[in-house]
Design a protein around this ligand. Structure first.
Ligand code: SAH
Length: 243
């Protein structure tokens, strides 16, 4: 069904995703309206399917970005203390959407906190293990004025590293998104969650991938919910020439 959500423009795509029940909240909708996929996806940006971005990577389908955002939403508070990690950031599209979701200026019915150095918004870190994609994500985000502002203020950072280890410098996180399929459950990612905090991660088991929603509760206990079958590119070792 999901591919029926495509449209001739960013607005049409987002409206179709909402109409088809893949976006349920105004906060996710406003963030996806604020980020033009054409800045991140060179071919068929408004189709509801994954598209190549080079380096054997793809920008995930819009319905997966919507689903990940909706799933993480309870942990994406528009507050200066919110910390988010986007692993396998690739094009940088979802990193940008997550940054808008936690931005009080995009979120509805929220007031800016003028005492905060970032004007009330928290921070989002995108991590990828291919330097060219780290650079591409920055270039893509800098195509819009608000994207440039988020990069300059440090609300959004793109870093190079092995996402299977998370990114300890920015931890602990309210929410961690993984945009590539893990070969196993990486406990370091759960370790880097706040309590409470939520991890959205595709995991491959017996040649099948499923999204796991892993919650660390206030008392530190952890629950894992296997929610749906998916197809992501794998979370791997860096390419040989990168080592
Ligand atoms: N969320 C991205 C998905 C990109 S595809 C988007 O929608 O644009 C998956 C990405 O994971 C690729 O960019 C790939 O380079 C990256 N990746 C794969 N293994 C990784 C690892 N071990 N550490 C960090 N990034 C990784």
């Amino acid at each position: 069904m999901a591919w029926f959500s495509g449209g001739p423009s960013n607005e049409a795509l987002v409206e179709n995703l909402a109409h088809n029940g893949l976006i349920n909240s105004d906060r996710v909708k406003n963030a996806m309206l604020a980020v033009d996929r054409a800045h991140y996806s060179p071919y068929h940006p408004y189709a509801d399917s994954p598209q190549s971005i080079g380096h054997s990577a793809t920008i995930s389908a819009p319905h997966m970005h919507a689903s990940a955002s909706e799933t993480l939403l309870p942990f994406l508070k528009p507050s200066s203390s919110t910390r988010v990690l986007d692993i396998g950031s690739g094009s940088g599209y979802l990193t940008a959407v997550l940054a808008h979701i936690i931005d009080p200026a995009t979120a509805t019915q929220q007031q800016q906190d003028p005492t905060s150095p970032t004007g009330g918004a928290g921070t989002v870190i995108g991590i990828d293990h291919i330097q060219e994609l780290v650079d591409l994500a920055r270039t893509n985000m800098a195509k819009s004025e608000d994207g440039r502002g988020m990069l300059e203020s440090g609300r959004v950072r793109f870093v190079k590293g092995d996402g299977r280890k998370g990114w300890r410098e920015g931890a602990p996180y309210d929410a961690i998104h993984v945009g590539a399929a893990a070969a196993k459950h990486h406990e370091e990612l759960v370790d880097q969650l706040k309590a409470p905090g939520r991890l959205f991660v595709p995991v491959e088991e017996n040649y099948q991938q499923h999204i796991y929603v892993i919650d660390k509760h206030e008392d530190g206990s952890v629950t894992r919910d296997k929610v749906m079958a998916v197809r992501y590119v794998p979370l791997t070792d860096p390419p040989a020439e990168e080592e």
